[in-house]
Ligand binder design. Structure first.
Ligand code: SF4
Length: 86
């Protein structure tokens, strides 16, 4: 999976630092998420940020903060384990 789409995304026209706010800076996180709001690539971006080989540990990607992505990955992992056990 390639991240080429990001060059056409809203985040490409802002200071890259804006997408990597300190997670304790809620205003910065909200601002970064607002940049993602109108992005047509959110779903692709989130998948890429969660995939094991392209995982993005830090920053806002796909409209989710790093904490939100970790929580989502944990939920998805639990769901996968449950479905494999069924
Ligand atoms: S979802 Fe956000 S981080 Fe991902 S490509 Fe779009 S604007 Fe950039």
């Amino acid at each position: 999976m390639s991240a080429d789409f990001r060059q056409f995304a809203p985040c490409a026209s802002v200071d890259p630092e804006a997408m990597f706010p300190n997670p304790k800076n809620q205003a910065g996180v909200v601002l970064a998420k607002r940049i993602c709001d109108p992005c047509e690539f959110r779903s692709q971006c989130l998948d890429l940020a969660l995939a094991p080989d392209t995982r993005s540990e830090f920053g806002v990607f796909g409209g989710l903060s790093e904490h939100e992505r970790r929580a989502l990955a944990r939920r998805r992992g639990r769901r996968t384990r449950h479905s494999m056990a069924a």
